[in-house]
Ligand binder design. Structure first.
Ligand SMILES: Cc1cc2nc3c(=O)[nH]c(=O)nc-3n(C[C@H](O)[C@H](O)[C@H](O)COP(=O)(O)OP(=O)(O)OC[C@H]3O[C@@H](n4cnc5c(N)ncnc54)[C@H](O)[C@@H]3O)c2cc1C
Length: 259
């Protein structure tokens, strides 16, 4: 039998609304210990419900170097879904409240054994969270000669999350190219990063995908599926097409469970 994962008690220390429907939450461990994780990983959050605890996954959004053992905060970013159990719970938390999580989990990470020529990273909505976590690594890779191509999609400029942070890194590292795709409304004064349209257009902006490229896709499941098909059709091995679909994954209850 698999060991039961440890439940970690996180206390909400701070929060802010990034848009009316997106909340950035900063937690600390209630036991005061630091938290190790690899950028791109996520926590499973226990959500109380009438039917007993449910689980929802949320990516860790704080920028950090991989494996650092001195992270004292854990940052999550959540889109409110109407009628959604998990996102409504996280939106209702007050400072000082607890959540219980397991993790960190997941392999949507930059791997030390990879030696890509180009990294294509595409995200929609809160699907930018893992890339914010990876920013120090992405900057280092770009400075070491890897071509980092980051495409972030939202409906309008106001919904582009952490835009200033991504732009600051792109401005510093010559090999780091950022594109903000706006599907409904362009900024009043667009700059060289802004594009009208959808994030998959990132593939059209640069030379065709080829061996040596690695693709990361995160966020809306339709975008992730379409991006996967594009990259596969271009000849990339699925090992080099990494996906994180933001959707609720219902975990079946064990037969003996009474909750
Ligand atoms: C590995 C992983 C990491 C994730 N990281 C994040 C993250 O960092 N931030 C984040 O916000 N989410 C993230 N998600 C998605 C998250 O786990 C939940 O699926 C999401 O918050 C909706 O859960 P809910 O309980 O609020 O809604 P649910 O109770 O699951 O759904 C309620 C209703 O809303 C619909 N619905 C669900 N999601 C959406 C949506 N996005 N838009 C419109 N309708 C929807 C459902 O089909 C259902 O009808 C991640 C998912 C995975 C698998």
């Amino acid at each position: 039998m698999l060991p039961t994962p440890e439940l970690i008690d996180l206390c909400l220390q701070d929060s802010r609304l990034l848009t009316p429907r997106v909340r950035h939450l900063t937690f600390v461990r209630r036991d005061g210990l630091p938290q190790t994780f690899i950028p791109g990983q996520f926590f499973r959050v226990q959500i109380p419900s009438m039917e007993g605890p449910q689980w929802r996954s949320y990516s860790i959004a704080n920028p950090t170097a991989p494996g650092r053992s001195d992270n004292t905060t854990i940052e999550l970013v959540v889109t409110h879904v109407d009628g959604g159990l998990g996102s409504t719970h996280l939106f209702g938390l007050r400072h000082g409240d607890s959540i219980h999580v397991t993790g960190p989990n997941g392999r949507f990470c930059l791997l030390p054994e990879d030696a890509p020529r180009r990294l294509f990273l595409l995200g929609t909505g809160t699907g930018v969270a893992p890339y914010r976590g990876m920013l120090p690594q992405l900057q280092r890779l770009a400075e070491s000669g890897v071509h980092v191509l980051l495409g972030l999609g939202a409906r309008s400029p106001h919904e582009q999350l952490y835009a200033d942070e991504f732009r600051a890194v792109a401005a510093q590292a010559a090999g780091f190219q950022l594109r903000h795709f706006h599907s409904r409304a362009m900024p009043a004064a667009p700059d060289a990063c802004d594009r009208a349209g959808r994030v998959l257009q990132l593939f059209d902006e640069f030379d065709a995908l080829e061996t040596g490229d690695i693709v990361y896709l995160c966020g809306h499941p339709d975008m992730v599926d379409a991006g996967f098909e594009r990259a596969k059709a271009a000849g990339l091995h699925p090992r080099f097409i990494r996906r994180e679909k933001y959707q609720t994954i219902l975990v079946p209850k064990p037969a003996s469970s009474s909750t």
